[in-house]
Design a protein. Structure first.
Length: 75
């Protein structure tokens, strides 16, 4: 029984560490394809990381300007 609890905790920790996908993979792949190119299987994950970085920087700038609303100029 102790092994089951440990396995559940490990599974929860693994899920918690993975970031939620913010981009729509099918839309990204369709856009790349419309430009006559192909996308690798991990391109969407890399784009997702870029979006997180962009948002984190925008949030930091918003906080530095003593606001609580992220605006286009923060991006």
């Amino acid at each position: 029984m102790a092994k089951k609890k440990a396995a559940k905790k490990k599974a929860k920790a693994k899920k918690a560490s993975k970031k939620e996908v913010l981009v729509v993979a099918s839309k990204v792949k369709a856009y790349v394809k419309s430009k006559g190119m192909m996308s690798s299987s991990d391109a969407v994950e890399a784009l997702n990381e870029c979006v997180y970085g962009l948002l984190d920087a925008a949030i930091k700038r918003t906080q530095e300007n003593r606001r609580s609303t992220v605006k286009p100029q923060d991006l």
